[in-house]
Design a protein around this ligand. Structure first.
Ligand code: DX5
Ligand code: ZN
Length: 218
């Protein structure tokens, strides 16, 4: 099978003291997109970076920036995200009621960005159903959100398979513990967008790491 595979290195794993060079390295290594994890210390127990940082990433690279909002009020910051250069914005589905989340997804699209909804590991595939008309991508978390470098949760594979059945045309993104072997299982289950932190920026050779992951996911 030769299908379209999107590889998105997660900026959280780069050497932030050399941000510009690291974004260049990701670009030259064949990344399709850059994944930016915004954490507020409330929705998840960690704090990462904000809009000025995303804007610095945007000024360092021409790649689309995919922002993963691990925050309790992502809807407050649509304008800031757009101005910082986000191409797509993902929000977690449990940050509010269904109507509230739908409104945020619509606002993201109205601002000219692509929208996505994310499911933490404990939530079932069926939870995405009300959001399907409003999303350009679904993110299945394959670790508990909050930190890079965690181990992939094998028990997320049936969820990916189920979402693929329910939404055959929507890209499915996986995030957490993705490397060649886990990308292969996720791809077989129906995933097509792969967030890779540790296994890309921290690999001995980022380019061959990305190539290997892409090949395994094909
Ligand atoms: C975790 C983040 C991930 C993280 C992935 O909450 O959403 O994007 O950076 O890192 P790895 O690939 O190291 O698991
Ligand atoms: Zn992420």
């Amino acid at each position: 099978m030769n299908k379209k595979v999107i590889i998105a290195p997660s900026i959280l794993a780069c050497d932030m003291a050399r941000l510009g060079d690291e974004m260049k390295r990701a670009t030259e290594s064949g990344a399709d997109m850059l994944h930016a994890d915004v954490m507020d210390g409330v929705y998840v127990p960690n704090i990462s970076f904000g809009f000025d940082f995303i804007s610095a990433v945007h000024r360092s690279s021409d790649l689309p920036i995919d922002v993963h909002m691990m925050t309790v009020c992502p809807g407050k910051y649509i304008k800031e995200l757009k101005e910082a250069g986000a191409a797509s914005v993902t929000v977690h589905h449990d940050i509010g009621g269904t109507e509230e989340v739908i409104k945020i997804l619509k606002d993201i699209r109205d601002a000219g960005m692509r929208s996505a909804v994310a499911l933490r590991p404990k939530f079932p595939a069926e939870d995405v159903v009300p959001f399907l008309p409003y999303v350009d991508m679904i993110l299945v978390m394959t670790v508990e959100p909050g930190f890079g470098g965690q181990s992939f949760m094998e028990d997320m594979l049936p969820k990916i398979r189920r979402i693929r059945e329910m939404a055959p045309a929507v890209p499915i993104q996986v995030d957490g513990g993705i490397k060649a072997a886990t990308a292969k299982s996720c791809a077989a289950a129906g995933a097509d967008v792969f967030v890779v932190g540790t296994a890309s920026f921290k690999a001995p050779d980022m380019k061959s790491a990305i190539e290997e992951i892409r090949e395994s996911a094909r």
